[in-house]
Ligand binder design. Sequence first.
Ligand code: N01
Length: 867
Amino acid sequence: MNKPASVREQLDAVVVGAGFSGLYMLYRLRQLGLSVKVFDSAGDVGGTWYWNRYPGARCDIPTTDYTYSFDPELEKEWTWSEKYATQPEILDYLRFVADRHGLRSDIEFSTSVTSARWDEQEKRWRITTGRGKEIRCRYYIMATGCLSIPKPPDIEGAGRFAGQVYFTSRWPHEGADFTGQRVAVIGTGSSGIQSIPLIARQASRLTVFQRTANFSIPAHNGPAPADRLKRLGEDRDGYRHAARWSRGGIPIEPTDVLGVTASEAVRRERFEAAWAQGELFGILNVFADQGVNPASNDIVAEMIREKIRSIVKDPGTAEALCPKDHYFGTKRPCLDTGYFETYNLPHVLLVDLRKQPIISITEEGIETPDESFGFDAIVYATGFDAMTGALVAADVAGRDGLSLKEKWATGPSTYLGLMTAGFPNVFMLTGPGSPSVLSNMTVSIEQHVDWVAGCLEDMREERFETIEPTSLAESGWDQHVQDCAAITLHPTANSWYMGANVPGKPRVLLPYIGGVNAYRQACDEVVSQGYLGFRRTGPEGARCRDGVIRRMQPDVAMVLDLVAAMGMPPMDTLSAADARALMAATAAIRPPGPEVGEVTDGVIPVPAGDLPYRLYRPAVPPEGPRPLVVYFHGGGWVLGNLDSDDPLCRDLCQRSGAVVVSVNYRHAPEARFPAAALDAFAAVQWVDANAIELGGIPGQLAVAGWSAGANIATVACQLARDDGGPHISGQVLICPVVDSDMTRLSYQKNGDGYILTTALMRWFWDHYADPADRADPRAAPLHGNLDGLPPTCIVAADFDPLRDEGVAYARALEDVGVPVRLARARGHTHTSVTMVGVVISGAPVRAEIGAALRNFFAVRPTTEQIE
Ligand code: N01
């Protein structure tokens, strides 16, 4: 029972946790001259390194990097003894830091915070501690760690065992002696993998109960890496700066080698180098695409499995130790010292729980369907309620009395992983939605602490008392975090990153996977934009610049960065011939798009001459005729050809199950308006007339196009309606040009910086049509008669200057009763949805297009629907 609150204290800030983050937070708050107290339920500093004292516990980020960087003198005074320090050494280091800066005087050990309540009147938090103290404070900072709340053993009979029970995460300070004992270890995550070889040295028999085989590579521990020491020696500041602006918080050169295209020799060389190096970020950097492309990931995974098979002598045990049910890196990979070798010892046995599950823990040991095992000790290395566990366990109730646990019942929601709406002045260090566990924690911790300290300093200067994110900013960040996750393989794994290890926990990627550098950039921008997305209040009133810091899909942003880095001249400054050459050059280096059943080229004889076409037939059964889709490529009526949109056509063919006929039409400036539109109409007529020869189903014909191709596709529909057919079952218009009015809001917002610019659109129009022709419905179909057009799917991309005209066309079609599906390409540009195999986040939009096409043919619209 908690003691009644008795002593009252007023403080500026309360920090919970005296690990890496809490200690540095205390240091920074003191620097600001704030009164602060740190509480920790442990008996000393150290956080996770206080509790996790199991044999073999070490860091798995090199000590050159797993260290504070805020104090250059400290760096001079402390020398790590190894590449990966042991838990006792890391604990010594944290004690040394605490003593060096006299931090202990503001830390209350063996004291937990039992509740925190926001007092709206006073604009302060009321904190109560397990020792009966009540504290009023302005700021409440949770430095509670990402892996601090052990997962309760969810195994039948866990409380019944009469022998010794140990948890790796709560190891006794006096240690454990397993000499001569029969020991069980349950769990093969980092804690299990580090402790098993050492427990095996003492135990007379060691039985490891493995549910999921885990990827691990040898740590090759020893002296700190010479190359890193050299770089640090030469330029410490430069090294630390590079770490802060790296993807993972360690300065490494990200590779651009793709696993899927690299030669066997390159693959092997890169993998062996990473294996020999024994660093986490090295093995995660064998290929640039291993985190997103299953085929590339499989190459690394299989090479690790080969290593396991070569180390473990018993083939059955080796096979059981080979991870096969998740992609490499989607569960936290481990670094080990002799882990797989341990299974070659005669007294060590592996029990594969997938084949032989635990029925129950008994008084004597562990019972499985095949065998009852007797033990003297059971070690649970079963992990943590990660990232959110410690935050929701602390009884925090915010503005409306809502607890964090209630607010996060369906998953955590944060702004930048730092704060959450409804909880003013509560800061989380390395909270969900920040890079945290996917990075070198010490770098991420320092960044968070520095951000919070800077924020409090700014508040003081600007005379604000409270700060809290807006719900718009928060939901925008949550979306961005999930967008970043969605393009990776992480969501496929049952990992603690996904909350999947705790029964009933919402399944969501908890950390931010966009990278330490991208994250730091976002945090900095929030500040430079006047604390965008935060509401700050004080005696002089409130200030809030509401907004979302990242609305663009992460892979679209990457493409834009790459394009910017290439320094290509703006297309609108080139001649048509040079622009075409540039487009062909970029098309030549992109992935080819999916395999389809058959691709054939031909020509369409139209009055103006022959139009080349390329036909794509789906690979999948059933045999026989298919619906037909006539597709027109993009390129502002000036650029493009059958090759330019080839990957997209393959994708459309595969997704729709239709035969796609991509038609090349005459281009401007050689053939100006209305040549392209007339060609499109003639092509549609010809495909309809030759449906059987093309392998199509007569009468089942749709049109599709992107950009200017969408323009002529819909013009062809208008002409077909007026000039005697053919019947068109539907039209798919991807980011269409439907008007020549360049004053819409989307032009103003997106007319610069997103590849298709206002200048380029003007260049296209100037090449294609005289100003006098630009309101002609065959140039600007929005101004045409829309009655009786076929069911329509329009894709409108957020960052496209043409977005608003696409939306206007959808609305106008709806107004005359045309069934319309408006697919919003959230976070996309004019070009990104079409970048098959490059922009992964475009896939759901293209899936929607595929569904729309299938739907055109599955359900014949009724006359009323069309009218
Ligand atoms: O925990 P884990 P951990 N029945 O969750 C198994 C960091 N860390 O303490 O995978 C049977 O990874 C579970 O099986 P499954 C590091 O970030 C760092 O080892 O859920 N088995 C898994 O095998 C790490 O990732 C360092 O199917 C059960 C294991 O227990 C994180 O902490 C050292 C089970 C738990 O593995 C957590 O590591 C240590 C059940 N009911 C930790 N429940 C370094 O710096 C769970 N398991 C090196």
